[in-house]
Design a protein around this ligand. Structure first.
Ligand SMILES: Cc1cc2nc3c(=O)[nH]c(=O)nc-3n(C[C@H](O)[C@H](O)[C@H](O)COP(=O)(O)O)c2cc1C
Length: 172
């Protein structure tokens, strides 16, 4: 290894990483916890002040209205101090081809400039413009290649090996 490579590795190891996720049905939480187990990073959940209630179909319809209008639901204050971390792993379900409105609120409330961001999105196979939107909304951050995690309802379809390879690429 060259001195430059050693320096880079050391720097990467000393960086502090926070996993931040929103999950309505539990799929994104499952992946966030998988990442947390493998990396030992800290973890924080984005929660809306007013929970989504009613049937799945009514939430799907409400989500469509919210995404189309750019609505940002109020969220609880995050339990972690984002400013203490150099790297942020951001997870959201895909809602109508982008991240969930609660993630939009988060990105418009917290400043991620100067940080390295690794996004992941769970979805049923229609990711749309989710990763482009992460790049746009994480203003001033260095947004790295995202991970697309496919589920059929609660059944994980993306091979765990693929998820693990992405996590290992973060280099913690
Ligand atoms: C409001 C709503 C909109 C959704 N829109 C999409 C979509 O555009 N594309 C897609 O592939 N899946 C879509 N889904 C499915 C979810 O992205 C998928 O089930 C995800 O894994 C759920 O994550 P969670 O359990 O963490 O909430 C939608 C689900 C909901 C509730």
């Amino acid at each position: 290894m060259t001195d430059g490579e050693i320096y880079k590795n050391e720097r990467q190891r000393s960086m502090k990483t926070l996993i931040i996720y929103y999950s309505y049905g539990g799929n994104t939480r499952r992946i966030a916890e998988m990442i947390q187990k493998r990396t030992g990073g800290d973890i924080a959940e984005i929660e809306t002040v007013k929970p989504y209630t009613g049937s799945y179909d009514s939430v799907v319809n409400q989500g469509q209205r919210e995404v189309n209008s750019g609505y940002m639901p109020e969220i609880q204050p995050l339990t972690a101090d984002v400013q203490k971390y150099d790297r942020i792993i951001l997870g959201s379900p895909v809602w109508w081809y982008t991240f969930a409105p609660a993630m939009k609120t988060f990105l418009n409330t917290y400043d991620l400039s100067g940080k390295i961001v690794y996004p992941f999105a769970t979805n049923g196979g229609w990711i749309g413009h989710t990763f482009r939107d992460f790049e746009k909304e994480c203003r001033g951050a260095d947004v790295r290649k995202g991970l697309n995690v496919k589920f059929d309802e609660a059944v994980l379809r993306t091979p765990e090996k693929e998820i693990e390879a992405w996590i290992d690429g973060i280099g913690m």
